[in-house]
Design a protein around this ligand. Structure first.
Ligand code: COA
Length: 173
């Protein structure tokens, strides 16, 4: 597959076209497969901040299409659907060999808690996801190491509920 960067647009419109087993995303009047959307030849390996409209399309595809639709959360595992992040949330995507394979989002300390006048008293890990094809390779654990970088000694919270797979790994021991 040819590896190319999405054209960045200030006005972002997303449409999903579902035709039985295939899904495409229309952005700026160009239809792209999920694989094309989740590939970016400019990305180095590692957890990178979402900093452009193209990155937001990648996060949307991972969180709202792959996770919410194709790899849906399991009630037994205490996994839940994810909402679109709030404006002040920090979003990072894990890139591996030019492919987006996971994400996490953080509610930053001092930002407003939705529908209240209160503010988060500490950074909160709000959502986390690694594609099923890449699980059990330590990428989930790397969320925590990435999160804690530069924040040693600071309190850190996790949004509830915490899924069983999150508890099971070495994350919270
Ligand atoms: C939770 C989640 C992010 C973990 O991702 P992951 O990449 O599989 O996590 P890790 O690989 O670091 O650890 C998972 C397991 O693999 C094991 N593992 C890690 N590296 C491994 C390796 N190289 N070989 C074999 N096993 C390995 C870990 O010890 C852990 O084992 P355990 O579950 O038996 O304790 C992932 O399961 C997920 O996206 N779940 C759906 C959404 C969700 O639950 N999010 C969390 C909300 S709180």
């Amino acid at each position: 597959m040819e590896c190319s960067r999405l054209t960045v647009s200030a006005a972002l419109t997303l449409d999903q076209l579902r035709v039985k087993t295939s899904v495409a995303i229309n952005w700026r009047n160009v239809w792209r497969t999920l694989q094309e959307v989740l590939t970016d030849c400019t990305k180095d390996n590692g957890w990178l901040h979402v900093s452009s409209a193209a990155d937001r399309v990648v996060h949307y595809t991972l969180s709202q299409i792959l996770y919410n639709t194709y790899e849906p959360p399991s009630d037994n595992e205490l996994e839940v659907l994810y909402d679109i992040p709030d404006r002040g949330d920090q979003i990072k995507i894990l890139w591996l060999q030019k492919a987006a394979i996971g994400f996490y989002t953080v509610k930053l300390k001092g930002t407003l808690i939705e529908n209240t006048d209160e503010k988060y008293a500490m950074h909160m890990l709000d959502t986390a996801y690694i594609r099923t094809t890449h699980r059990r390779q330590g990428h989930g654990l790397s969320i925590l190491t990435d999160l804690l970088q530069g924040r040693v000694g600071q309190d850190m919270g996790l949004s509830s509920p915490i899924s069983r797979s999150m508890w099971r790994g070495d994350f919270l021991k």
